[in-house]
Design a protein around this ligand. Structure first.
Ligand code: GUN
Ligand code: ZN
Length: 652
């Protein structure tokens, strides 16, 4: 069943849509846990939906099944009738109760059939809950049972099925569980993690999620069982979680605890009305402490849910903005355990390689974990590869790449041998001509303020260069044109490899922005061929792509689409995932690629939304957004905005 569509992404996080019989969930989404017994539930789901805009909930099919009066209502009016809610209802199978009480008296077929009968939108297989510290052999045995049950459940169920991913702490078992679940579930539900969450074992949670992620089918939604504290939503979303369920809002409320993304607060300590949620505006927290227990629980649980729902919305906005790493780093200071979890998540940054976006609008340094982001790792590796086999670099101070500076810096010595200049950045020394690239170019951090670039004037620069021993280069000439040439070939090499750069560079002329001096356009035959935005990556126009296609050779940088989609691409319409036949595996989300048909004819140039391995597998949604196409005039390049925050024009 093709139920999941991906709209935006950041890290492993996905902004998506999960379609169900009772509506669409915009993910990441929080499903509040609703007790099937209305007596045990402080707020009706319809009330929660009305107040907080929640579209889906999760409830226990097992508790409903084992409680005759509830079961009778569910059998006659369905789970939606029992809960009085016509939004999305996911049901859980009783695995957690089986784990907590030792056994459940229902068999896996019966509880699955029951979920079917009561009209659950997403039914869950009765899995074997595996404690984190279970020995591997035992965890493997439990996994085998879960898998057998999942295979039978899939055969029996037409509707959406959640297949749990167990495996304990053994990364190989988690990977295997993820692979096995992937062929069967519409929702892949990472389980057995409640003890990790309760005990703040975020390092192990990060390892379990990163072990599973590469093996989880990209076309399925990923659920995390039992993650309900708003402190962890951003973190878990970053590691690929699309759906959360929360009973925490209620459990914490019973103990007089308020949930915030920054941590937990005891209501008895509150003397100031510092929460701005709608409910706390009505009844300030400082009053609530004196209420009766039932009133207090009811108030606190709705506050907790409101804060949780808002935090998940915040996560979705951050995915849209490409700022999820920043949000996660901000949240991680809530608790050292969470910081440790974040550090564990980036232990192997190469895991993110295939889905890590090519660039973002900004790189804002939040704290000591910021340099551990995968984008930094990727950039550092590529700089090292760029430097290999080049002359020994000479160091320059931090400089803006403006003609008044560049004009004074020789690119070669008197014998014509190139001089390689490196400039210090927060990533270490970077070749001067690459310092505009993401993440270094749009970097905004301490360094920007502690060592402002403008402190070196062009005339001071000349003095600095004159004082360098055995430079052997002319200092009285204007080197700006040589720099433009150097930068063109270097950026092309960075993006397309050296052989392609050598073919392309002689065909191209560079234009700098009059306002900022930054290289922003490459033309060939007087027409725009590559446009450079804030990330300094040369992105081809249709005209440029006709040159690029020859220069890079067969297959490379291509997305090959089926004939039925070719006409649409040619006319500038998006390429849908289901029409993609193949894509160059070196491409990543955000890359510019050439969209071609069966005969390798260029139809258009587009930006990837999906990673190559996801294309074709997601049956809904867009894989490539066309930016320049066969049947259209060339777009005029826009002047790129200057840096991430126009209020503080920190660059130049
Ligand atoms: N609720 C909390 N953890 C789990 C789990 O591992 N499996 C299921 N089915 N439900 C859960
Ligand atoms: Zn509040």
């Amino acid at each position: 069943m093709a139920a999941f569509e991906l709209l935006e992404r950041d890290g492993f996080a996905r902004l998506g849509k999960l379609s169900t019989p009772h509506g669409v969930l915009e993910t990441p989404a929080l499903l509040p846990v609703i007790h099937p017994d209305p007596e045990r539930q402080a707020w009706r789901p319809s009330e929660i939906a009305r107040r907080l805009g929640v579209r889906g909930v999760i409830s226990s099919a097992y508790i409903t099944w084992r409680t005759p009066p509830l079961r009778a209502v569910a059998e006659s009016s369905g789970i939606h009738g029992l809960l009085g809610f016509d939004g999305v209802v996911m049901t859980d199978s009783g695995a957690f109760q089986e784990h907590a009480y030792g056994s459940v008296e229902v068999d896996p077929e019966e509880i699955l059939a029951f979920q079917d009968r009561i009209g659950s939108d997403i039914a869950t297989v009765l899995d074997r809950f595996t404690e984190p510290d279970t020995p591997s052999a035992e965890a493997e045995e439990a996994l085998r049972t879960t898998h057998e049950r999942a295979v039978r459940a899939r055969a029996a169920r037409r509707g959406l099925l959640a297949v749990p991913v167990q495996g304990g702490l053994d990364p190989l078992l988690r990977a295997r569980a993820a692979r096995e679940a992937s062929g069967l579930g519409d929702v892949l539900a990472v389980g057995g993690v409640v003890p990790l969450l309760e005990q703040y074992r975020f390092v192990e949670l990060a390892r379990a999620l990163t072990a599973a992620r590469p093996h989880l089918a990209p076309e399925a939604a990923v659920h995390l069982f039992g993650a309900g504290h708003p402190m962890v939503f951003a973190f878990a979303a970053l590691l690929g979680v699309d759906l959360f369920d929360s009973s925490a809002y209620h459990k914490f409320a019973r103990r007089g605890k308020l949930l915030f993304p920054e941590g937990t607060v005891d209501v008895d300590t509150i003397r100031e009305p510092f929460c701005g949620c709608a409910l706390c505006e009505e009844h300030p927290l400082s009053e609530v402490a004196g209420w009766s227990l039932a009133e207090r629980v009811s108030h606190l649980s709705l506050h907790n849910l409101a804060v949780s729902v808002r935090e998940v919305a915040r996560v979705r906005q951050a995915i849209r903005d490409g700022t999820l790493w920043e949000l996660v780093e901000r949240r991680a200071v809530a608790h050292p355990a969470l910081r440790a979890g974040l550090r564990a998540a980036t232990e192997r940054p190469e895991l993110f390689a295939t889905t890590e976006p090519e660039s973002r609008r900004a790189f804002r340094e939040i704290g000591p974990e910021s340099p551990r982001r995968p984008s930094v790792d990727r950039f550092s590796r590529r700089v090292a590869a760029f430097l290999a086999g080049r002359p020994v670099p000479r160091s320059l101070p931090r400089l803006p790449l403006r003609p008044e500076y560049l004009g004074r810096i020789p690119t070669s010595d008197r014998s014509g041998a190139p001089i390689l200049w490196v400039s210090p950045t927060f990533l270490g020394a970077v070749p001067l001509e690459l310092t505009e690239l993401y993440p270094v170019g749009p970097y905004l951090g301490l360094e920007e303020f502690e060592q402002p670039r403008a402190s070196v004037s062009p005339s001071l620069l000349r003095e600095l260069l004159a004082a360098l021993p055995d430079l052997g280069a002319e200092l009285n000439r204007d080197w700006s044109a040589a720099w433009t040439e150097r930068q063109i070939v270097s950026l092309l090499e960075w993006q397309f490899g050296r052989p392609s750069a050598e073919v392309l560079a002689p065909l191209l002329r560079g234009e700098r922005s009059r306002r900022t001096g930054r290289l922003r356009l490459l033309t060939s035959d007087g027409r725009p061929a590559f446009v450079l935005g804030d990330d300094a990556i040369p992105r081809p126009t249709f005209h440029g792509a006709t040159r690029l296609k020859e220069a890079v050779g067969p297959g490379r940088l291509r997305v090959h689409v089926a004939e039925e989609a070719a006409e649409f691409a040619r006319a500038g319409r998006s390429v849908f995932s289901k029409f993609v036949l193949a894509a160059d595996p070196a491409l990543v989300p955000g890359s510019s690629a050439m969209v071609v048909d069966d005969s390798d004819e260029l139809l258009g140039v587009g930006r990837l939304l999906l990673a190559p391995h996801e294309m074709g597998r997601l049956r809904r949604g867009v894989a490539v957004r066309i930016t320049s196409h066969a049947r259209a005039p060339e777009p005029e390049p826009e002047e790129p905005a200057e840096g991430p925050e126009s209020l503080y024009p920190e660059r130049e």
